[in-house]
Design a protein around this ligand. Structure first.
Ligand SMILES: [Zn+2]
Length: 184
């Protein structure tokens, strides 16, 4: 995520947006072959996206930043907080269910099931989160429910088309994945 901009002496923004392809940070570099040629290059070696070569540092930064899409409308911090809340609510629901089941085993009654008592907003929250991320896919729902809020996620169970494992073991990593895969 781009930070608050420092200014160069001439007032130009020096802030580099994250790589539009992989979301990693990027660095301004001067060409080792052509002096006075500058370009911004993604820090992630396996991505190595490079911005247009320009004659000044400012132009190279501006050109790189122009190609970077707008960031998601939900920050990584907020995304993780929302996921934590959903997981905490689910924990509570399970505990309440367990208590009811212990004390009311003889009563056949759906009302004893806290999940049935609770108006379930999770599907809506998941949909809104995906919208805020600009992501169109069911990875978020899969992660929440199939992977039990990430708890049952196993590295290797989720992979790129070429077989490369994708790590979404935490909400933070899930955010990074959705950000990378989003359609803007
Ligand atoms: Zn990159």
């Amino acid at each position: 995520m781009a930070q608050e901009g420092e200014k160069m002496d001439n007032g130009t923004q020096t802030v580099l947006n994250d790589c539009p392809f992989c979301g990693c940070e990027a660095t301004l570099e001067e060409s080792s072959i052509f002096p006075m040629q500058y370009a911004v290059i993604c820090n992630r070696a396996t991505c190595a996206a490079m911005g247009p070569k320009e004659n000044t540092e400012e132009e190279a930064i501006a050109a790189w930043n122009r190609r970077t899409p707008e960031p998601p409308r939900v920050t990584k911090k907020r995304f993780c907080e929302i996921i934590d809340s959903l997981r905490a609510a689910d924990d509570t629901r399970r505990k309440v269910n367990a208590i009811f089941q212990r004390s009311c085993d003889h009563i056949e009654n759906d009302f004893m099931n806290a999940a049935a008592l609770q108006i379930n907003h999770e599907g809506i929250v998941a949909e809104l989160l995906a919208l805020a991320m600009g992501y169109e896919g069911d990875t978020l729902e899969w992660w929440l429910w199939e992977c039990d809020y990430g708890r049952k996620f196993k590295l290797g169970s989720f992979a790129e088309a070429d077989g490369t494992a994708i790590d979404v073991s935490t909400a933070k990593r899930l955010y990074e994945y959705l950000k990378k895969e989003r359609i803007v």
